[in-house]
Structure formats: structure tokens, C-alpha cells
Ligand binder design. Structure first.
Ligand code: HEC
Length: 265
């Protein structure tokens, strides 16, 4: 959701506009009670000559509830064999991202079946089960690398785009995003104020931390800050930053930094 130039400047302070934005969030994009549906997948159903080292992606037309996307709901089989997968929900792509644990190659020249069942939308509506069949070829392919964004790459974005309201002097909502200390004490593992509110809690983002990192591993799909950047989920209040959204590549940098465990050195 983007606002026009003149209104953008007023957005941070104008109460009426906040209300307007809230109504806007509710009316647009998400339709409650409708099951999230398959939008596309990679590989596509029926694909052949698929690389043996690959990242599988199942895209939906609505956000999924990240906690329902797991090794229990996403399985990859080939004949009697079931693969051990690493699975996560990507909130930018609205996709389930799965790969063989440790990027080990799949068996060559056989039929594989990826099935997804038991995942839900943010409001708890079950998604339709999905089955995608594809056939590997002989080629290995190149593993995708992610979770490599460093503090020095993300720091300029946080300083210039969030700093004006979330630094040591502004501390909007008590959130400081400009220093390692501020991030550690006000963002990582700290429950977002807004996810505790009725409305957001009812609609799937309830009880989220601002930045979710457990044992050094970051999970952008459970970080409320990411939904505030995307502005397409049932967030409370304004999308962030309120004046002008980050570019898609800046959002990708912040999300990958969280995936990297939100390092600050
Ligand atoms: C112009 C000032 C301004 C800028 C710039 C800004 N914010 Fe905010 N932020 C606010 C205000 C005001 C609130 C509380 C009201 C709201 O969310 O609508 C807030 C709330 C938040 C919250 C919710 C905190 C909670 O506990 O619920 C998050 C997360 C957040 N901002 C992240 C960011 C990020 C990330 C950036 C930079 C990419 C950013 N903000 C840039 C003013 C700003």
C-alpha cells in the first residue's frame, strides 16, 4: 500500500489517515474465510529434467500462517522413500520454500511427489491440499545460497529509512533499529506491541516478536517487522516506513538479514 506524495508526509501524524489506512488494510488484498489457493510452483506440476539439487517453491495467493508450515505439513517422496526437508514460509513470495536437508541431491531420473496438507491461512482457514509431481533428470544444478546478509549491508537501510523515528532519541513504540544494543534489547525476541492488540491477534499475527531469532537462526515469517515492511498483511497501524515503502531489493535485504540471524557485527 503506497500513498501519494503530499499525503505521505502527513501520514506519520494524521490520526484520521491512520484510520483510513486501517480500513484500507481490511478492505484490500486479504479476503477472510477464503482458503489460500495454489498460485504456482517451481518446479511446475508435471515438470521433467528437473535439477537434483533444487529449491522447491509452492506459491499461494494469500499469506499462510508460518507456524503451520513445517516438515509435518510438507513432504517429498519418491516411491517408498521420504526425504528429510528443510521447510520455511517466505512472506515476500507468499511461498513455501523447501529443500532437501543439507542440499543433498535427489535421486536422478525418477518421479518425485511434493505434497502439502494441513497448512492454513493467517485467519486459520485451511488451504486446499496440494500435490506436485515432477521428474528429476541427471543434472545436479547449483544450490541456492541465502541468509548471507551482514550488518554492514543492512545498517545503512535501517539508519536512513527507520532511524528518523526508531533511533535512541525518537524510539517510536520503544523500538530502536540503529544500534546493535537497540536491536538486541528492543527488537530481537521482543513481542511487538501491536500484535498483542485485538484485531491483529485475531487475524493471525498475534503474539509475534518484532524480530524472531531463536538460537542464532532467524525466521522472517514470524517477525512482525517484516509484515510492517510488506504492508500487505493484517498489520495494526501504518505500513513501515509510513512515508515511502522500501524498494523490493531493500525489503529482500532486511528479510535475508533476519534469515541470517540478524547479526549486528
Ligand atoms: C516517520 C516515522 C517512522 C519511520 C521512518 C519508521 N517508523 Fe516504524 N513506527 C512509527 C510509528 C509512529 C509507529 C507506531 C504507529 C504505527 O505503527 O502505525 C511505528 C511502529 C513500528 C513497528 C511496530 C512496533 C510494535 O511493537 O508493534 C515496527 C515493527 C516498525 N515501526 C518498524 C519500522 C521499520 C523497520 C522502519 C524502517 C524500515 C520504520 N519502522 C520506519 C514511525 C516510523
Amino acid at each position: 500500500m503506497r500513498l501519494g506524495g503530499a499525503r505521505r508526509r502527513a501520514a506519520a501524524s494524521a490520526r484520521a489517515l491512520i484510520l483510513l489506512l486501517l480500513v484500507g488494510c481490511d478492505a484490500g488484498g486479504l479476503e477472510w474465510g477464503r482458503p489460500p489457493a495454489l498460485a504456482s510452483s517451481s518446479p511446475a506440476d508435471g515438470a521433467t529434467e528437473v535439477d537434483r539439487v533444487l529449491t522447491l517453491r509452492v506459491h499461494y495467493d494469500e499469506h499462510l500462517a508460518a507456524r503451520t508450515v513445517s516438515r509435518g505439513t510438507v513432504t517429498l517422496r519418491s516411491g517408498p522413500r521420504t526425504y528429510l526437508l528443510s521447510v520455511r514460509y517466505d512472506p515476500i513470495l507468499r511461498a513455501i520454500v523447501a529443500r532437501e536437508w543439507g542440499n543433498a541431491p535427489l535421486e536422478p531420473n525418477v518421479e518425485h511427489e511434493l505434497s502439502v496438507s494441513g497448512v492454513r491461512g493467517l485467519d486459520g482457514t485451511p488451504a486446499e491440499p496440494v500435490v506436485i509431481r515432477f521428474r528429476t533428470g541427471a543434472a545436479l544444478g547449483v544450490p541456492e545460497v541465502e541468509g548471507t546478509t551482514t550488518w554492514s549491508q543492512v545498517q545503512p537501510i535501517l539508519a536512513s529509512r527507520c532511524g528518523p523515528c526508531h533511533d535512541d532519541t525518537q524510539r517510536e513504540h520503544g523500538l530502536v533499529l540503529t544500534s546493535p544494543n537497540g536491536i538486541a534489547s528492543t527488537a530481537v525476541g521482543v513481542e511487538a506491541r501491536q500484535t498483542a492488540r485485538v484485531g491483529t491477534a485475531e487475524r493471525g499475527l498475534g503474539g509475534m516478536s518484532r524480530i524472531h531469532v531463536v538460537a542464532g537462526i532467524g525466521d522472517p515469517a514470524r517477525s512482525y517487522l517484516v509484515y510492517k515492511l510488506l504492508g500487505d498483511a493484517p498489520i495494526h497501524g501504518m505500513p513501515m516506513p509510513p512515508d515511502e515503502a522500501l524498494t523490493p531489493s531493500e525489503v529482500a535485504t532486511v528479510v535475508d538479514w533476519i534469515l541470517s540471524g540478524a547479526p549486528t557485527e
